[in-house]
Design a protein around this ligand. Structure first.
Ligand SMILES: [Zn+2]
Length: 256
């Protein structure tokens, strides 16, 4: 029954152009993994992330059109983007299925809080009136640059982590201490994302129009890498920051 709902949700994402075919398959697999691990409650958390993220990305989307030019992702998410945001959560769900320990619930919720924090920060932060500040130079830089922060974006990051924390607390009846950890490490995931994004994420320049972008192709031509480490793109940074934040939170709880 629930498996059917997961299947229909993934397929609708494809039919509504929110997901590519590979993205829909990845979303269905993620949904199934989360359901096996944490049941309907887990799915509800995952759904809260996907629903609010899609809502924010559609909110004032015309104002963000110029930023889309700089970002690698289009409006339709493929499997890499799904895995970047839901992969760690799926992983912790599978581990929890085999080993019923609350540590893995922490890993699950921290990685989702981190993904939600990061998505809200970029979708809402890009609507900031002023250009963001680049953390490598502390100077203002074009919107849509990875590694840049704004007041609005940071407020959104805090709210994004807070939403997942409150939902987890209510659904799984968590004590205050563990809830606080989810909030702090979820937000930390977004901080790690910003730092890694600033120092290691690759950036390209279009050989035709000269725009700095995360896209590998622009103006129909392959772009040239001007910064960052090979293979470290936005998806990789998202995935790693959520996973690192979750592992740090698990280690802290395990040691305390
Ligand atoms: Zn171009």
């Amino acid at each position: 029954m629930i498996q059917g709902v997961i299947l229909i949700t993934g397929t609708s994402g494809y039919l509504l152009n929110s997901l590519t075919k590979s993205g829909a398959i990845a979303a269905i697999l993620t949904g199934l993994a989360v359901y096996f691990g944490f049941g309907v409650k887990g799915l509800f958390l995952l759904g809260a992330f996907f629903a609010t993220s899609s809502l924010w990305s559609k909110y004032k989307s015309a104002a963000k059109a110029s930023i889309e030019e700089k970002l690698a992702k289009g409006a339709t998410r493929d499997w890499r983007q799904v895995a970047a945001n839901g992969g760690a959560a799926a992983l912790f769900s599978i581990i929890y299925y085999f080993q019923n320990e609350s540590l893995w619930l922490m890993g699950f919720s921290v990685s989702l809080a981190s993904a939600n924090s990061d998505t809200w920060a970029s979708e809402i932060g890009s609507l900031s009136r002023n250009n963001p500040i680049y953390i490598r130079t502390f100077k203002r830089i074009e919107k849509g640059t990875s590694g840049a922060i704004s007041l609005l974006g940071s407020a959104a990051a805090i709210s994004g982590a807070l939403l997942i924390t409150i939902l987890t607390m209510l659904l799984f009846h968590l004590p205050v201490y563990e809830s606080l950890i989810i909030f702090l490490f979820g937000f930390l995931g977004n901080v790690i994302d910003t730092i890694v994004g600033a120092y290691y994420q690759q950036e390209y320049r279009c050989v035709n129009c000269g725009i700095h972008t995360e896209k590998k192709v622009h103006c129909g031509k392959p772009t040239r890498r001007i910064k960052g480490v090979p293979f470290v793109d936005n998806d990789m940074v998202n995935f790693l920051s959520g996973l690192i934040a979750a592992i740090l939170a698990i280690s802290l709880i395990h040691l305390s």
